[in-house]
Design a protein. Structure first.
Length: 395
């Protein structure tokens, strides 16, 4: 089968969508399918580096336009050349992952080529957490008005799709309630589990970043952006340091909020306890399993549709602390502690609870590994291919 992916998020940009596409592309190629990826071009990044991220896939790069409120993100702009490449490829399925210009080109070409149009709902970009990047407070009148409008626009964008993939049951139910006429199917994002079972580089990585074996490391991974509530995480972490002075908070990721978070840590007086190691390219991250640096994984984000970094951390045997909100209870299961939504005091209490008990960390870590197996590649890639085949047959 020939599958054409359209996305604004792709290598070298690092986020969950890039990881998702990379993993399923490699899995589809391994099964003998052909994959084309249409994505924005980044200045100074040779196409060979992009191809190395997904060896065997056909890469089509289009001009990209930076978004003013997300300078580290680009919207791809369709061209007649990219459309010609897709038509020459003659896909059986067109699957878009972002609802911007790339999504528009995907919908147009699916209609012209008379092939099924599939999309995956990756992000609650229309929800209040996402709108803070525009400078809108989460509970403001303007935020609520824009939220309602964006949901209506999103429904119009997704209506032409033969299927909308939701990565969790929570998201699936939410979309079905909102979009009555849309065919919503739940197929989780998958993780290359074996890569994250490897702990042989733990000592090497800890030494690299100046972390001793005696330190209790709370690890967080993801794009550093204001909507992810990392400021709350730093505040919660500061509350446990008197009782647990050997604790460290490590951020693995990069983004526009980094400078602000460093400033918060400095103002609180804990800058020597908070470490920013930057974004790690997926190939290196998985090869050496950077999650093995941590003892506990912490995620304060409340707008995830699934959170692949959470699953990767669980596959590494790390217990997770997260807010009891949206898809997190479903994703984490019994592999961690869930706390009241946006309650930094409860978050701090959970951090202290895990810092105080090696046995609890071990027990929850083992349950986290079991939970992560629900996101094994093989069964969900089969479900994805079944969906492709079904929509193709019905077209």
């Amino acid at each position: 089968m020939k599958i054409a992916f359209f996305t604004d998020s792709f290598f070298p940009h690092v986020d969950g969508v890039t990881t998702y596409i990379g993993v399923i592309t490699r899995a589809l190629l391994a099964l003998g399918h052909q994959v084309m990826i249409v994505a924005p071009r980044w200045k100074g990044v040779d196409i060979k580096k992009v191809e190395a991220f997904v060896p065997g896939a056909k890469i089509v790069l289009v001009p990209g336009v930076k978004v003013f409120f997300y300078p580290d993100f680009k919207l791809g702009t369709p061209t007649t050349k990219s459309a010609g490449e897709v038509r020459k490829f003659a896909p059986d399925i067109i699957h878009f992952h972002t609802p911007g210009f790339m999504g528009f080109e995907a919908a147009l070409l699916a209609r012209l080529l008379k092939v099924p149009l599939i999309t995956t709902f990756h992000t609650y970009y229309m929800e209040p957490e996402g709108l803070v990047v525009l400078g809108l407070k989460e509970n403001s009148v303007m935020s609520k008005v824009l939220q309602e409008s964006l949901w209506k626009i999103s429904e119009k964008i997704h209506q032409p799709c033969d299927a909308v993939i939701a990565p969790t049951k929570y998201v699936g139910k939410d979309l079905k309630n909102r979009w009555k006429k849309t065919n919503v199917q739940v197929i989780p994002g998958v993780v290359e589990l074996k890569s994250f079972a490897n702990h042989q580089y733990r000592d090497e990585l800890r030494k690299k970043y100046g972390l001793s074996d005696k330190e209790m490391v709370f690890l967080s991974s993801g794009r550093l952006s204001v909507e992810k509530h990392y400021d709350l995480l730093i505040t919660a972490f500061s509350m446990i340091l008197v009782k647990y002075p050997n604790a460290r908070l490590v951020f693995m990721g990069d983004g526009l909020a980094k400078a602000g978070l460093q400033y918060i840590a400095k103002v609180i007086g804990i800058e020597n306890k908070v470490l920013f190691i930057g974004g790690i390219p997926y190939k290196e991250l998985s090869a050496k399993n950077y999650y093995s640096i941590g003892d506990v994984f912490v995620t304060p984000s409340t707008w995830e549709t699934q959170g692949l970094s959470v699953v990767e951390a669980m596959a590494s045997g790390l217990p997770v602390i997260a807010f009891n909100y949206r898809a997190m209870p479903e994703v984490i299961g019994k592999g961690g502690l869930l706390v009241k939504h946006l309650d930094q005091y409860k978050f701090a209490k959970a951090m202290g609870k895990l810092a105080s008990s090696a046995k609890l960390r071990k027990d929850l870590g083992e349950k986290a590994i079991d939970q992560s197996k629900k996101y094994e590649i093989a069964p969900h890639i089969k479900n994805l291919l079944d969906l492709y085949q079904k929509t193709k047959a019905e077209k």
